[in-house]
Structures are given as structure tokens and as C-alpha cells.
Design a protein around this ligand. Structure first.
Ligand SMILES: Nc1ncnc2c1ncn2[C@@H]1O[C@H](COP(=O)(O)OP(=O)(O)OP(=O)(O)O)[C@@H](O)[C@H]1O
Ligand SMILES: [Mg+2]
Length: 227
């Protein structure tokens, strides 16, 4: 990101949610983002995930300038490279656990066979230890279980980049620790993680810790080894 800014404009107010953000995230990084409520964390994550556009600056993914992409190309890049885990699990109550996890594959531009879909859904549910609840509906699960299903859904497309917004905010500490262990494990296997968290215990697991205040990065602490 080069000099990224985001201004939300309504008739009465103008909110400068992000101001002049410069940020490099390398493949395999583990970045945490923390800061007070309203400082721009979710806005930054939405722009990183191509869910929203900046109002200024440049955002490149693997050398591709995302502002030059059409809407379709943007959606394709998002679907193929990026997974999301939100604080509220955003599962669809009418669908079973396995159908929820299969959803990103069904909406992908790449066509997957039923066999491939079943294989991936089973593998991802195994990874989060939720295979035994495949046919349940989300409202028949605990909060921690729903979050694990949401993680399986985020992983089913094999994203290179996983964006995570307060993954443990709605969970008790033991379910939260389980979810964090899954996220750590993914990073150890090469997934790039960018995670918003209020919890210093979890922020400390990241290799790069960003602090945001009023839309600006005030501190960047990198635990990368010097090359
Ligand atoms: N769609 C929107 N329209 C107008 N203003 C917005 C919009 N989304 C966010 N904002 C404003 O942008 C600022 C940053 O919001 P953001 O959601 O990124 O904060 P946050 O750091 O994620 O906070 P929290 O910790 O409470 O989730 C806030 O002042 C908010 O009011
Ligand atoms: Mg937020």
C-alpha cells in the first residue's frame, strides 16, 4: 500500500478513516493490527481484502495495481487469493454446516466438480474438528463451533492471504485459544495472515505488530530476522 487513504462522505460529515497508510506485507507474514475503536482497523482490512476501495493512494497485490482492475477482475482476485474471517460469523442459518463451507466454491469462477467440493469441504471441516457436525445448522452450534465452521469456509478455496477481524471477540477464552491455534498453524504452513485483535496475548503472536490511531499507523514493530 502506498499512501492509502479512505474518506467516508455523507451529506453532513466527512470521516477520514485512513490517512496516508504505507504498508508492505510479504508472503508468509503474520501481521496483527490493533488500536482503539474507530481508528480504522476494519476499514484497512476491507481495503486489503478488496471489499472496499480506497479514496486515495495505490494498492498492489503481487505487482498488480488493483485500481486498474475491472469489477469482475477484482472479484476474481479476491475469490482466488483471499479468505475472510469476521467477528460475527456470517454463516447462513438456512444452510447446513457443509453447505456453508461449500459456498465459496460454488460462487467461484473456477468450476469445481461435486467430488472436488466434497473432498475440500471434508478436509477443511476435519482441520477445525467439525466433521461430526456436517449436517447441523449453524444455530444448533456453540459460538466457538460456529467460528470454526467460518474458518473452514474461509479456507476452502486455499487462500494465500487470510484476513481476520477480531476472531475471538465473541468467544470464551478456551474457544478463543483453539481458534488462535488454528490460525497459527495456517501461518506455519505458509498462509499470509493479517489479523485485527484487541487482545495483546494474540497480537504478540504476530511477526509484525501494527498500531493504528486515528487512521494512521503510529507504530510498526517487526520481529523479522535481519537479512
Ligand atoms: N460505511 C461508513 N460510512 C461512514 N463512516 C464509516 C463507515 N465505515 C466506517 N466509518 C468510520 O470510519 C472510522 C473507522 O471505522 P472502522 O470500522 O475501520 O473502525 P475500527 O478500528 O474497526 O473500530 P472497532 O474496533 O470498533 O471495530 C470510524 O470513525 C467510522 O465511524
Ligand atoms: Mg472493526
Amino acid at each position: 500500500m502506498k499512501a492509502i487513504s479512505k474518506v467516508f462522505e455523507t451529506e453532513e460529515v466527512e470521516t477520514h478513516a485512513l490517512k496516508n497508510i504505507d504498508l508492505i506485507i510479504r508472503s508468509g507474514d503474520y501481521v496483527s493490527i490493533s488500536g482503539p475503536s474507530g481508528c480504522g482497523k476494519s476499514t484497512l482490512l476491507s481495503i486489503l481484502g478488496l471489499l472496499d476501495l480506497p479514496t486515495g493512494g495505490e494498492y498492489l497485490i503481487e505487482g498488480v495495481n488493483t485500481s486498474e482492475l475491472s469489477l469482475d477482475e477484482t472479484a476474481e482476485l479476491r475469490n482466488s487469493k483471499i479468505g475472510f474471517i469476521f467477528q460475527s460469523f456470517n454463516l447462513i442459518d438456512e444452510l447446513s454446516v457443509s453447505d456453508n463451507v461449500a459456498l465459496p466454491l460454488q460462487y467461484s469462477t473456477q468450476k469445481f466438480s461435486m467430488e472436488e467440493i466434497n473432498k475440500r469441504v471434508t478436509r477443511c471441516l476435519d482441520m477445525v474438528e467439525m466433521s461430526h457436525r456436517m449436517s447441523h445448522k449453524p444455530n444448533q452450534l456453540s459460538g466457538g463451533q460456529q467460528q470454526r465452521v467460518a474458518i473452514a469456509r474461509a479456507l476452502v478455496t486455499d487462500p494465500a492471504i487470510l484476513l481476520v477481524d477480531e476472531p475471538t471477540g465473541n468467544l470464551d477464552s478456551s474457544s478463543g485459544d483453539k481458534v488462535m491455534a488454528i490460525i497459527d498453524h495456517l501461518n506455519q504452513n505458509g498462509t499470509t495472515i493479517c489479523m485485527v485483535t484487541h487482545d495483546p496475548r494474540y497480537a504478540d503472536k504476530a511477526k509484525t505488530k501494527l498500531k493504528l490511531l486515528d487512521g494512521t499507523i503510529t507504530q510498526e514493530e517487526a520481529l523479522r530476522k535481519a537479512i
